[in-house]
Design a protein around this ligand. Sequence first.
Ligand code: ACO
Length: 362
Amino acid sequence: MFHAEITGWGKCVPPAVLSNQDLTTFMDTTDEWITSRTGIKERRICHCNFSDMAIVAAKQALAAADLDPKELDLILLGSLTNDSLCPNTASLVQDAIGATNAASLDINSACTGFLYGLHIGTNLIKTGAHKKVLVLGGEFISHYMNWTNRDVAVLFGDACGAVVIEQTDQEVGLLAAKIGCEADAKYAIQITNLGSAYSRFTEDFLYVDWNFEGQEVFKRAIRCMAQACADVLEETGLTVDDIKLVVPHQANKRILDALAKRVGLPPEKVFINVHKYGNTSAGTIPVALTEALEEDRVAPGDYVLIATFGAGLTWGAGLIRWGDRVKPLQVSTAELPPTDKTALEIIQPQIDKYKDRNQFSL
Ligand code: ACO
């Protein structure tokens, strides 16, 4: 029986920081509202392409595993904000890192894209079809933000994370996963004016927008993640006492607190970095996992629980048993191209466009 050990991990968070205070300069909101309702204090804004972040995260993960990219036989990239529909972004990553032997596939299940990818990659390794897989999750969500929609704009940020998984005989890696979708609530999170269902030849097409039923998503997120966690614990015969750390999707601190309570986990076992990055969608779990390792929150043999939900409404949980190594073998020097722009300067043209549109449509 094969397993798929996580041998490398990495992240890319862009340098430009957009604080809650920055948001108050052009939006009717307050630091107090955002902090108390979400736990978010700041988020990052990407100044280049999404693929640039993915490539940096990939290089970090490969260095941590000390793996020649030519040994990769599959790249799975979870995102809904790819550089283009065609070519797919996994192909751009393949080319940039020199993974010439890897099949390359984008996965769009929104925030759950990383867990969906990890589940698929792990099971392809378990069957023997693949041996070394790069799994990425990330988002350039600020690119599609309507900065005049305060219900949504305060919640998100940009980042990407990645892991390398490799075939092993040892019983480590993703031991169990439960993924699913409550499609009856598919329109509770909807990005409009983008995609082939919308006419390309109207003004609206320029103005991507969001339908967002925050409270509906909030309730379903807790219920679905809690059930998925219970399912993977049952499947592995483990209890919450066996879990060293939970690395959940970072959408809202209140959701994480409620999840911990429902699953019966003490808050200190829940890894939280939503205050620094907001919701980076498919990026939250690989970035948080990388930071948990950097902060020595994971030891060899630990059981780590991951739980996630997102548009669709997709959801899932996974139970990881960590392998022998918690330190990277190498460290990559890869980084994003520099920028001297502030986060506000980067998004200013978008803010202006949406404000113009709002005035025009009044
Ligand atoms: N600043 C100030 N006030 C605001 C803001 C803001 N940024 N946004 C909304 N408000 C106001 C609303 O207008 C409302 O005012 P009203 O009572 O006068 O009508 C009030 O605040 C309360 O709004 P609620 O929606 O009741 O606030 P709630 O406590 O439910 O929190 C939130 C909203 C943060 C969106 C929460 O519901 C949530 O986190 N939901 C989950 C969303 C999520 O995580 N989605 C992730 C998936 S995304 C993906 O997959 C791509």
